[in-house]
Design a binder for this molecule. Structure first.
Ligand code: RB5
Length: 142
């Protein structure tokens, strides 16, 4: 699975650690930045990752900022993107099963790194349910 990762300064540390974790687990990860803790603008990184997933070059994206909110607002403006802001594992599982979300957003100032790790694993491992009602609803979004 090819994964596009992005963060602003607020999510920089979590993004780097998630990148290491995923590479150790055999995922094909590309880090779209940011590459330092210097203050930067989250829309730039959300755009890079959303375009990478929307264009079909990547299967999934993960975006991390302070709250995850800015990243999700931006990512959901791109065609075909269903970005889900998750702070708990129930939502991470449900959004894969019901929404077939293709970008996971998290807030590094909201959840612990251990929780972010757990959410990421569950989100990546949970398949879309393929149920007719969910396919129909996703079609209505587009
Ligand atoms: C940056 O201070 C902060 O606004 C950003 O990380 C994010 O929380 C935006 O939604």
């Amino acid at each position: 699975m090819k994964i596009a990762l992005g963060a602003d300064h607020g999510g920089f540390e979590y993004k780097n650690k998630i990148s290491d974790m995923l590479q150790n687990e055999g995922y094909d990860v590309t880090d779209f930045g940011t590459y330092s803790q210097e203050s930067c603008d989250y829309p730039l990184f959300a755009k890079k990752v959303a375009e990478a997933v929307s264009g079909g070059l990547y299967d999934r994206g993960i975006l991390i900022c302070g709250t995850g909110i800015g990243m999700s607002i931006v990512a959901n403006k791109f065609k075909g993107i269903r970005a889900a802001l998750c702070s708990d594992t129930f939502s991470a599982k449900a959004t894969r099963e019901h929404n077939d979300s293709n970008i996971l957003c998290m807030g590094a100032r909201v959840i612990s790194f251990e929780k972010a790790e757990e959410i990421t694993r569950i989100w990546l491992e949970t398949p879309f349910s393929q149920e007719e009602r969910h396919i129909r609803r996703i079609g209505m979004i587009e």
